[in-house]
Design a binder for this molecule. Structure first.
Ligand code: FPP
Length: 243
């Protein structure tokens, strides 16, 4: 019998937290002369496959960039479609996620989404809060710069209230005010579809992450592609600024 974790992540250090920029839905649809929504719909299927495969491949935390704070610039119909898919994903998957011990959480300004979505997301988060399996973190209405600005505002408020001195503003104090407080930083950031951009994703947290780029378009991504990316991670030598 094969050992999937060992096979995928043999030798080197284990990737415990993988963050993914899911890119290429539009191109997947265009190549098939389908509307963009068809690409996003298949993208949700890829999310399902990856969430299912992640624990068996040794991941503890999986962060998915589902909607960026810049994605509001897309045509209103596409934004509506994405919100609809998010709602459908959570509604249709929550029982299975809960049964499998997945803890669902969100980063970004997700509380500014449509009230029906906020309510659904809040309930999913509360319901799965005690689970001990995979931590599935969805970045929704997320941007790294906005997150850092909100953390800076929280620090400034604490100083103004006399709870913190300026000297007590350390990296740890800032990290504690990021949306990702309590999660380890990502060991790797994976981007699909061959694009070589950060796109405002986890700017602080990815300081020492390994970047992995695959040409696969997100709707074609699956457990095997995930295993391949993790195998690439395990071949990297991480130095964290040392040598
Ligand atoms: C990039 O593809 C992807 C997005 C903007 C959003 C990612 C969304 C999904 C995978 C579906 C929704 C997910 C959930 C969990 C509900 P693109 O449209 O930028 O592709 P392109 O660069 O080829 O045009």
């Amino acid at each position: 019998m094969g050992d999937p974790v060992g096979d995928a992540q043999s030798g080197g250090e284990r990737c415990r937290h993988l963050a993914i920029i899911m890119d290429g839905n539009g191109r997947w649809a265009k190549a098939r002369r389908l509307p963009r929504i068809a690409g996003h719909r298949e993208g949700v299927e890829a999310v399902r496959r990856v969430v299912e495969a992640a624990p068996g491949l040794g991941l503890d935390v999986l962060t998915l960039y589902a909607f960026s704070s810049e994605n509001w610039k897309r045509p209103p119909d596409e934004v509506n479609d994405l919100m609809g898919l998010l709602k459908h994903y959570v509604q249709s998957e929550i029982n299975a996620l809960h049964k499998n011990g997945v803890r669902l959480d969100f980063i970004g300004d997700w509380q500014a989404l449509r009230p029906d979505l906020v309510d659904l997301l809040q309930r999913a988060r509360t319901r799965t809060a005690g689970n001990r399996g995979l931590k599935l973190v969805m970045a929704l209405n997320y941007g790294g710069q906005g997150e850092l600005v909100r953390a800076a505002q929280a620090l400034a408020r604490a100083v103004a209230a006399g709870e913190l001195t300026p000297e007590a503003i350390t990296a740890e104090a800032l990290e504690a005010r990021l949306d990702t407080a309590g999660y380890p930083p990502p060991d790797a950031v994976l981007r699909t579809s061959g694009e070589l951009r950060l796109s405002n994703f986890l700017l602080w947290q990815a300081a020492y992450a390994e970047y992995i780029v695959t040409d696969t378009l997100w709707p074609d991504f699956d457990g095997a592609a995930l295993a391949q990316a993790l195998a690439e991670f395990s071949r990297r030598e991480r130095r964290f600024g040392g040598r």
